[in-house]
Design a protein around this ligand. Sequence first.
Ligand SMILES: [Zn+2]
Length: 428
Amino acid sequence: MAILPTRAIEPPVRADQERIADMLRQIAEIGADPTAGISRVGFSKDERDAHELVGGWLRNLGLAISVDPIGNTMAVRRGAAENKPAIAFGSHLDSVVHGGKFDGIVGVVAMVEVMTLLAEGRAATEHPLKGMIFACEEGARFGEPCIGSKAIAGMLTEADLTRIRDAEGITLEQAMSGIGLNPLQLADVRWNRDDLAAFLEVHIEQGRILEGESRPIGLVDVVSGSTRLRMTVAGRAGHTGGTPMQHRADALAAAAEITLAVEALANGPTYRGTRATVGVLDVYPNRITTIPGRVDMRLDVRDFDSDRLRRAAREIADRARIIADRRGVAIDAEVIADTSPVVLSMWLRQALSQVCGELGIDWRFMPSGAGHDAQIMASIAPAAIIFVPSKDGASHVPEEWTSVADIAKGADVLYQAILRIDDVLAAS
Ligand SMILES: [Zn+2]
């Protein structure tokens, strides 16, 4: 699709760095952890308080605020034309335990700043604009990320509400009900895809590529997919003194060899770029005088190419079987999660790169190894992710930091992109 630059970039409109700094400071007061960083976990009172704080700012701009039954907060700015699908943008306000002040927050603050600039300039758009604050994006508490956006995209089922639990055994449904939400109305959360024209998210990079290149903006082209395996290695437990080495079936020694084989596969030429990690080894009985009889392993494979991703996972399972056979232990492997990579909208990327060029902002295309709400929203509409730099690549730690100047650049790009997208869609 051709991009038609019908509305010129308006140089005087620029994000206000002081306002951005002030918003970040106020949000960081909610869920500040006395031990370290921010602990504003999904479906907690702190998360609700943060939604209410930001929702209040948006209400003061004259926007219509609503909270859906599972806690996604939305701010709608009416479009000039009737019955047009919305252009939505935003991110999340929950954090991991001992997390930072920027992951998710930056995208919400950029959204508020853009809504503020639009209100100040009385700029009209043909399409309605929807400022989004998604509930419970982080997978840290429930093991499942992007709960709010998945519900909107119709990717969360009623069965998930009782199946998915946190470490304390609290189900999603209990957690939501406990803070006054209405998970039983899940069906009402889902959006009709005809109501959404595009979704954009500003987010911190959570890596060090932009910082290393002194570039303020990254436009994400593809988001990594992930295949997760559980492997159980069953050997024979026995006395460490009484069992000669040649009579053993040591499950941990086999698991260790498999772990090194996983690393070697991802380091080899065939799978260059694939990331494969054994993150969990549970050893039984885990005693110093007993040969390990069983090891439960869990591993995560990530790639930007879905065929290569699944081929790598299959090859890992095959190599593990060969190692297990040679060592005389049994092995059982199963896929426990499988998410395809997502290629983000080409025409939105093109529009964003044009806007960056016109604003004189240095940018690059880049992949995202981490998952985001935008990748979920991409299942119902064209979606885009605008990365801003992370100092030292730090993320999910208290040291997370991005300069207000860079966040302002992200907001500038978002502002101009929304006007550009509105024009392109109106003209087509
Ligand atoms: Zn995030």
